[in-house]
Design a protein around this ligand. Structure first.
Ligand code: CP3
Length: 344
């Protein structure tokens, strides 16, 4: 029964002490076993598209740390790949895509997402599902359209997402057309993940904070609202966590209008303020500074203590405010879990 999983109980409105915990990017380079498995795949995308390896990597942090949730190992950039855009990951350098400069490149993309291309992800979900402990939830995910579009247009990570912001200002109709495809593609992709067995989903809007208010409303809030409504129509029981990183003052409007069941808070958000401002019906997830986890010791104790006490009275999922970084000592993850579980 899904209701036996602490993460799902909290997403359904229960307050649990200690709160369930998982960490964004929990499968990754800080784990020695991940680095080992990574060597078996020719490329990062090969790792994502080899069900046995992807399932194994998904399970690695669960075996080691017994987190309350696993997140299926993949990447937000498999979506542009499934729209026919060329995507590569250069080791140590991050993603490289053939940039979308205008109408011509947009026209060359598929109209709809190729879910067959993503079949290995759904297969990996089945493998993980069969191997997970009963109390461990499985999270599916996609990138939010704005964040995915920012990589599709720039062709790489950028400090300020300037190429996509300029594209949206200069070519609003073309940009809207790209966003429409990504909205529909995200709905189809999340729905298939749910049908393959994930218990809930998270939408990562890593670059939400780069947009001015009107553009945030149009390109972050509205698309995510539409994705949530459409996924909910098909899968009314499935909870949706939205992570609009850097949304700042727009968080409360975002929480009210997107209809997300839970909100991921980034590192910059004061937990006590979020607790006071965000309606009780919205579950909060977060938001330890990933560098407090690298530092460990007093910094880790103080930061996690503040988060626990701010959210003591409401449904809360403990997590980081952004992804775990490769330099994170494994001992500090153990220490965090001991703190949360009252063993330290
Ligand atoms: O454990 C998990 O969280 C599941 C897997 C996961 C990955 N990426 C694996 C990954 C998830 C949920 C993501 C999401 C993702 N990918 C986001 C949104 C969340 C965030 O952290 O902001 C974004 C923006 C991406 C795009 C992406 N993927 C970038 C910019 C990079 C290069 C930078 C980096 O961290 O290396 C990636 C590569 C990537 N995705 C790695 C992993 C484990 C490292 C690749 C390697 O092993 O060489």
């Amino acid at each position: 029964m899904p209701a036996d999983k602490p993460l799902l109980r909290v997403l359904n409105g229960e307050t649990l002490t200690p709160p369930p915990v998982w960490l964004m990017r929990q499968a990754g380079r800080y784990l020695t076993e991940y680095r080992q498995t990574r060597l078996k795949a020719r490329s990062f995308l090969d790792l994502c598209y080899t069900p046995k390896l992807a399932a194994d990597v998904t399970l690695q942090p669960i075996r080691r740390f017994h987190f309350d949730a696993a997140i299926i190992f993949s990447d937000i950039l498999v979506v542009p790949d499934a729209f026919g855009q060329k995507v590569d990951f250069e080791s140590g350098e991050g993603p490289r895509l053939a940039p979308i400069a205008g109408a011509q490149e947009l026209k060359a993309l598929r109209e709809t997402i190729d879910l067959d291309h993503l079949a290995p992800v759904f297969e990996a979900i089945g493998l993980v599902k069969a191997a997970l402990p009963k109390a461990t939830a499985l999270i599916g995910f996609c990138g939010a359209p704005w964040t995915v579009a920012s990589y599709m247009i720039a062709g790489r990570g950028t400090p300020d997402q300037a190429p996509a912001r300029l594209f949206a200002y200069r070519e609003p109709e073309l940009f809207a057309a790209l966003m429409e495809r990504l909205i529909d593609g995200s709905v189809a992709y999340l729905s298939r993940q749910i049908e393959a067995g994930v218990d809930c989903v998270q939408i990562f809007d890593t670059w939400a904070g780069a947009l001015a208010p009107a553009e945030f409303a149009r390109w972050c809030l509205m698309p995510v609202k539409r994705i949530i409504a459409a996924v909910r129509l098909r899968h009314p029981q499935t909870k949706v966590i939205a992570f609009p990183r850097g949304a700042g003052l727009a968080l409360t409007t975002y929480a009210a209008e997107t209809g997300a069941d839970a909100l991921g808070l980034d590192t910059s958000v004061d937990p006590a303020a979020a607790n006071a401002l965000i309606p009780e019906g919205v579950v909060l997830q977060g938001n330890l500074d990933p560098l407090a986890l690298v530092a460990g010791g007093a910094a880790l104790r103080e930061a996690s203590g503040k988060i626990l006490s701010a959210f003591r009275q409401r449904p809360h999922i403990f997590n980081l405010g952004h992804g775990i970084v490769p330099e994170t000592p494994l001992d500090n993850v153990e220490a965090l879990l001991a703190l949360l579980r009252g063993e330290a």
